[in-house]
Ligand binder design. Sequence first.
Ligand code: U5P
Length: 209
Amino acid sequence: GVYSFEDSPFLMEILTELRNKHTGAIEFRKGLVKLGRYMGYELTKTMDFEKVEIETPLEKTEGIIAKDRKNVVIVTVLRAAIPLMEGLIKVFEHARVGIVSASRGKAPKFEIEMNYIKIPEIKPEDTVIIADPMIATGSTLLKVIEEVKKYGTPKRLIVLGVLAAPEGISRIKGAYPEVEVFVTKIDRELNDHGYILPGLGDAGDRAFG
Ligand code: U5P
């Protein structure tokens, strides 16, 4: 599945602030943290929970406790995904966290260089969330997914970002049909330099200078 949240005015409000070129680094980072938190919350609606019986001070009743929500691995793609991960981990407080670095070369090849990879063991009950704010050509994520798969086969493999270009989503779904994509919005297209239009610019530069 590919999920986007155009129908959520609150998420669109945050996206509008991120897009605006007059938004500075502090507010930009705060916006990414918020999106991580609220998209994480939306994600919990697609997760399995366990039913339990408990007692209130008055009587017995049914409730639920975390199941999938407890078994999460967040893979952070440096550096723009750091604030996104910070928001996600507020919802998935048990999460184990992996870090990978990836930098994209110039057009037209957009070759990806990965210098640092640290990913925890992935168990069959895990939901892996790969966080990268921008899914542009998809080259970065194809490489990251290939790497993640070496650490185990999870229950669900999710890519979570702010914006995606249709090209990037097609490439990822083409190579890995089982991968689920969660983004706030799918944008129009890529320009010749591999930037998403209308987009928000370079997420790493805007967040960290
Ligand atoms: N990227 C941006 N803004 C864009 C397009 C890409 O910041 O408009 C960043 C992404 O965060 C990603 C990297 O980590 O460039 C490469 O994207 P991709 O072409 O490999 O999907």
